[in-house]
Design a protein around this ligand. Structure first.
Ligand code: PEP
Ligand code: MG
Length: 578
């Protein structure tokens, strides 16, 4: 039996999962070098060859249909592509990487693509250099075919309790495979606040990232334990460790069941302070996945997903119907609709933005709405129409200055006229400049919600989705904690309701800190609601004020987090023991 090995990574999504390693094949670009065992070569080679033959068949069929439409000479390109895949030299080179160097099949194909690119790049004539794609594209198709076959394979009944292992934690990785079969995820690289991490937490998949070379070390079928609470991962665990992990997982399930029973009750700290817990949602489809009675309303409706779901801008009527559906579901409760927040990593296929060097610092969120007022006005009109049966909250994303808020409100007042009072206007604080100008901004608005995910990204100048700098993204760094505390203070002073809808609100340590700072409510992924409510019910609010202050006085993120963690651990143990 293979030797057991323990690894420490970053805990991304809580829970304990056990199962067998399943090497995920999701990336079609820059596939990393991964090795296999000598005994796997034959099987792996068969897989690669099946994908190569299937690609040749597809190209033959495309060649046939293209010949019918545009004639044989224009369809000749497909013959060239087929010839590339049948080239014995390419075939032997790739084969040797698999059988002599023990490259994984996708790594061997990637190595060949890289090799060809290098060959062409060194050629003197630019005409020849430009031909490199003709020789590499067919192999990219093979990679795609392998990836499709991999997905089909994952559907097989014999596959269950998968521990997905990948080079990078990406949104595709999290949503691609059948959820019921995924027991855990381990990625060599990945950020705790990336969109992929948010998804993993929403789906409740125990996830760990940042274990160097793990995707090269792990082998398909090996037993693996993933502890998303501590960041520990064990390959080839002993029976004893498997039993212990099983026990932990069982304990979690039982606790979850217990928490679910109390999840609909209001959230009140042990000394009686009410902390409304709201949900972050993206579509009325989300109602299927959680009990909407567990929350005091919606603290963040990410309207951009409605835009991303269609092939063109949704009309006033289409939008109004979605907004009404949400309002109906949460009738009598607060619902905060965030206006369109696209740009950067969230793009609309039908809205071509200029190429930007730094899209995270470019045309996104409110900036885009103010730049294209037609888009914004349609959304505001739809929100206003939907408010006819009651009040609603509209929240502006990526606000930087008081002028922007004034401009947005001016547009709204223009279309709303006497009906403007039906809508409360709020802003997201995600840009440090807006946090600094908050005492001016609050004069213009009715409420504030802090987007801690982006705020930390802009405060630390660290891309939240870039795994290479994930270690520098530190929401618990005292610098960030001080900003968060100052936001709460300014809002309290001006009697402006203030909430947090970034990921920190859904983490026990974050929730303790934010309540301690004086935030009125917290909004989070619905799957986290029962647990956060349970944590807050177990503590007195008063000591949290002191705790929050102490955390802001620490020197490092590690120290501040450990301080908060000490308190949450005590509560966690209490919950387990009760
Ligand atoms: C945030 O930035 O914290 C936030 C809630 O917005 P999003 O994650 O959608 O960017
Ligand atoms: Mg944001």
């Amino acid at each position: 039996m293979a030797e057991a090995s323990q690894h420490q990574g970053t805990a991304i999504a809580a829970g304990v999962g056990m199962g067998k390693v399943y090497i995920a094949l999701t990336s079609e670009k820059n596939i990393p070098l991964r090795h296999i065992d000598a005994g796997e070569c034959e099987m792996v080679w068969d897989l690669l060859d099946v994908a190569r033959c299937a690609t040749i068949k597809q190209l033959e069929s495309i060649r046939e249909s293209t010949t019918e439409i545009v004639g044989a000479s224009d369809a000749a390109i497909y013959s060239t592509q087929i010839a590339v895949l049948e080239d014995p030299e390419a075939f032997n080179r790739i084969r040797s990487w698999v059988f002599d160097e023990f490259y994984a099949p996708e790594s061997a194909v990637q190595a060949y693509i890289d090799f060809m690119c290098e060959q062409f790049a060194s050629m003197e004539q630019s005409g020849l250099r430009d031909m490199s794609a003709d020789f590499t594209d067919p192999w990219v198709l093979v990679l795609r075919e392998m990836s499709a076959e991999d997905l089909e394979h994952a559907q097989d009944e014999s596959i269950s309790s998968m521990i997905l292992v990948a080079d990078e934690l990406t949104p595709t990785l999290v949503v691609r495979y059948p959820h019921k079969k995924i027991a855990g995820i381990v990625a060599t690289r990945g950020g705790r606040y990336s969109h992929a991490a948010i998804l993993a937490r929403s789906f409740g998949i125990p996830t760990v990232a940042n274990i160097d070379g793990f995707d090269d070390l792990a082998r398909s079928g090996q037993h693996c334990i993933v502890n998303g609470d501590t960041g520990e991962v064990e390959l080839n665990p002993s029976e004893k460790h498997l039993e212990a992990a099983n026990e932990l997982a069982l304990q979690r399930v039982q606790l979850k069941d217990r928490l679910a029973k109390h999840a609909t009750a209001a959230c009140e700290t042990a000394d009686g302070m009410l902390v409304p817990i709201l949900a972050n949602i993206e579509s009325p489809r989300d109602f299927k996945f959680f009990n909407t009675d567990t929350v005091a309303g919606v603290g963040l409706f990410r309207t951009e997903f409605m835009y991303m779901d269609t092939d063109g801008f949704p009309s006033v009527e289409q939008q109004e119907s979605v907004y009404r559906e949400v309002l109906k579901e949460f009738s009598g409760r607060r619902v905060v609709f965030r206006t369109l927040d696209v740009g950067n990593d969230k793009q609309l296929s039908y809205l071509k933005l200029h190429d930007e060097q730094n899209p995270a610092l470019g045309m996104r969120g409110l900036r885009l709405s103010l730049h294209w007022p037609d888009i914004f006005i349609i959304q505001l009109q739809a929100l206003l129409n939907a408010s006819a049966d009651g009040e609603l909250d509209v929240m502006l994303p990526m606000v930087t200055s008081v002028e922007e808020v004034r401009e947005a409100k001016k547009m709204f007042n223009m279309i709303a006229g006497d009906a403007a009072h039906r809508v409360r206007f709020g802003v997201m604080i995600e840009v440090p400049a807006a946090a600094m100008a908050l005492s001016d901004i609050v004069q213009e608005i009715d409420f504030v919600s802090v987007g801690t995910n982006d705020l930390a990204q802009y405060l630390f100048a660290v891309d939240r989705d870039n795994p290479w700098v994930a270690n520098l993204y530190q929401p618990y760094h005292p610098a960030n904690l001080r900003v968060l505390r100052s936001i709460a203070k300014i809002c309290r002073k001006s009697n402006t309701p203030v909430s947090v809808c970034g990921e920190m609100a859904g983490q026990p340590e974050g929730a303790f800190f934010l309540v301690g700072c004086g935030y009125d409510s917290l909004s989070m992924s619905p799957s986290l609601v029962p647990e956060i409510k349970a944590y807050l019910r177990e503590v007195d609010a008063k000591p949290l004020f002191k705790l929050a202050m102490r955390a802001t006085h620490e020197l490092t993120a590690d120290e501040a987090f450990r301080l908060l963690r000490k308190e949450t651990q005590l509560v966690w143990q209490k919950m387990l023991d009760s």
